[in-house]
Design a protein around this ligand. Structure first.
Ligand code: PLP
Length: 276
């Protein structure tokens, strides 16, 4: 079978729990070949982001041109971009060199630890770039910023998804994992030590304007890191393998659910996903 190729454009997390390191692991576990262009370097561990270094913009251009002039990709996954200048360069080069390839944009803004991963003045540039995206995958906090509204429940998620689609992304997938527990189904109760029957609802709004609710049982793990990166990568791998959008999102949702159940404690902070 022909090798499917995913280009990942994202930031480095040297602890391997998030960012490009996780994205590559997800691709490998999906039997998709990963190429990776690094936008920013973070100095972080499972507890905290200590520093961010942006390599010279000319070097980002050189990386993008090198891979895009040589390899034709089945999909492109975008993670941490860091600032407006990086967003603009990525947008311009992709527009020129891969105008037909599906872009999955994870609008990374803030880490689970609360550390800022996107400069404040870059939101406008990100919104402009969203017009090039086949799919955008915000979590609740990012969806609130992009839609300029508070999201308290699933009905709000749908309104926010419509607003984000108006920004220009063809399809919108809002991850519900960060919706506050008190807003979830009140009838749910704890069964066993690990799994609550509370549901997490993710919302897909497709380009035809149809909404799909993709639900999971809420797994009671407190701090887990890298799930957003991994979910967007898993969707990207499915799309690279020519699965439909709905199938891709459902498969990725199941994959992350299983990975969260098998989480690992590798340091003293957040838990991580292993992808094996
Ligand atoms: N570090 C990098 C390089 C990332 O790309 C991301 C998220 O995309 C994070 C950290 C934060 O991941 P999380 O919010 O799961 O902690």
């Amino acid at each position: 079978m022909k090798t499917k190729k995913l280009l990942i454009i994202a930031g480095s997390d040297p602890s391997g729990g998030a960012g490009i390191q996780t994205d590559i692991k997800v691709a490998t576990s999906h039997k998709v070949y990963a190429s990776a262009v690094i936008t920013c370097l973070t100095a972080q561990n499972t507890k905290k982001v200590f520093a961010i270094h942006n390599p010279p913009i000319s070097f980002l251009k050189a990386q993008l041109e090198a891979v895009l002039d040589d390899i034709s990709f089945d999909a492109i996954k975008i993670g941490m971009l860091g600032n407006a200048e990086i967003i603009e360069v990525v947008a311009k080069i992709l527009n020129k060199k891969a105008p037909k390839t599906k872009i999955i944009l994870d609008p990374v803004m803030v880490a689970t630890s609360g550390d800022i991963l996107l400069e404040n003045d870059a939101i406008q540039a990100l919104k402009k770039f969203a017009k090039q995206a086949f799919l955008i995958t915000p979590n609740i906090d990012e969806a609130e910023i992009l839609s300029k509204m508070k999201i308290k429940n699933v009905a709000d998620m749908k309104i926010a998804a419509s607003k984000i689609q108006k920004i220009g992304a063809k399809n919108v997938f809002i991850k519900g994992g960060h919706l506050k527990m008190e807003n979830l189904d009140k009838k749910s109760k704890i069964v066993g030590a690990k799994i609550k029957t509370q549901k997490i609802t993710n919302i897909l709004l497709d380009e035809k304007g149809d909404f799909f609710e993709i639900t999971n049982n809420k797994i009671a793990v407190k701090n887990i890191h890298g799930t957003g990166c991994a979910l967007a990568s898993a969707i990207s791998c499915n799309l690279a393998c020519k699965k439909s959008l709905l199938k891709s999102v459902k498969n990725a949702n199941n994959y992350i659910y299983q990975q969260i159940l098998q989480n690992a404690k590798i340091g003293n902070g957040s838990l991580v996903l292993k992808h094996f």
